[in-house]
Design a protein around this ligand. Structure first.
Ligand SMILES: NC(=O)c1ccc[n+]([C@@H]2O[C@H](COP(=O)([O-])OP(=O)(O)OC[C@H]3O[C@@H](n4cnc5c(N)ncnc54)[C@H](O)[C@@H]3O)[C@@H](O)[C@H]2O)c1
Length: 247
């Protein structure tokens, strides 16, 4: 039986790369994103690579739509083997300027979204007696971050929440479900445009591998965590940042 992955925020960059690599690894991939154009393009790229994908337009902050999508994916494929909570939103507004709505939105899109999807996927995984979950945290959760120029405290708080949720759920859902988080450093996406050339150069100078990360750097680890069984990895927050020592 073909394995099935559900990937949120699959419309571009890291989420798109993860979805494509999961498809290449043999998963049928259910793509979730706010951007219809984005996930249709991802689905086309997966199709061109010989894979299978379905598309679901939704705001990951919405609990009910997570419930509907998980039910639809389960109905269509009969199982969900891997969940990647990737959708996220940066927020560069400082503590003195942010308003309540902006803070709540950052927490909802980055952190509550993980609850929304795990809450609905975990019962299926427990019933099928296996499953793996990865959620996208950030180096910002650990350090406050070299990404501080684009992502300040509300983002760091949400991403740190993902690590706490991951550790606790690894205990609660083990031994059946492995639950991990990934903390990317600065990944080449639109990030240079967002932080500017000088900050991007500072990032490159301040890590041991002297480059920005790529979506594929992250996708390779995601595929490893989704596929390599058995492994003894759960409850972890894996930092993938080229050792960003000036963070
Ligand atoms: N790029 C980096 O340097 C970096 C570093 C650390 C962590 N991360 C995290 O990795 C993940 C992916 O990062 P990226 O750079 O590829 O992001 P991105 O902004 O390039 O893409 C995010 C995708 O998620 C979708 N999305 C955003 N809000 C959504 C919502 N409410 N509902 C559904 N879809 C939504 C967007 O449409 C987009 O397709 C995010 O969680 C981000 O916080 C990124």
């Amino acid at each position: 039986m073909q394995k099935v992955a559900l990937v949120t925020g699959a419309g571009k960059n890291i989420g798109r790369s993860c979805a494509i690599e999961l498809a290449k690894a043999g998963f049928a991939v259910a793509l979730v994103d706010l951007s219809e154009d984005g996930i249709e393009e991802t689905a086309a790229l997966i199709g061109a690579a010989g894979g299978t994908a379905s598309t679901h337009i939704a705001d990951v902050a919405n609990f009910k739509s997570a419930q509907d999508i998980v039910a639809r994916v389960q109905q269509r494929y009969g199982q969900i083997d891997f969940l990647l909570n990737n959708a996220g939103l940066s927020n560069g507004i400082g503590i003195l300027d942010i308003n309540e709505e902006q803070f709540d939105r950052t927490i909802s899109v980055n952190l509550k979204s993980c609850f929304n999807y795990i809450h609905h996927v975990a019962p299926l995984m427990l019933a099928q007696k296996s499953g793996r979950i990865v959620s996208m945290s950030s180096l910002a959760a650990l350090s406050g971050g070299v990404t501080a120029a684009i992502s300040k405290f509300s983002y760091a708080a949400a991403k740190a929440g993902i690590i706490g949720m991951t550790r606790s759920l690894a205990k609660e859902l083990g031994p059946t479900i492995a639950v991990n988080a990934i903390c990317p450093g600065v990944i080449r996406s639109e990030v240079e445009a967002m932080i500017g050339q000088t900050s991007a150069e500072d990032v490159v100078k301040g890590n041991a591998l002297r480059r920005l990360g790529t979506p594929l750097d992250i996708a390779n680890v995601v595929v490893f965590l989704a596929t390599n069984e058995p492994n003894f990895i759960t409850g972890q927050a894996l930092t993938i940042d080229g050792f960003q020592y000036n963070a």
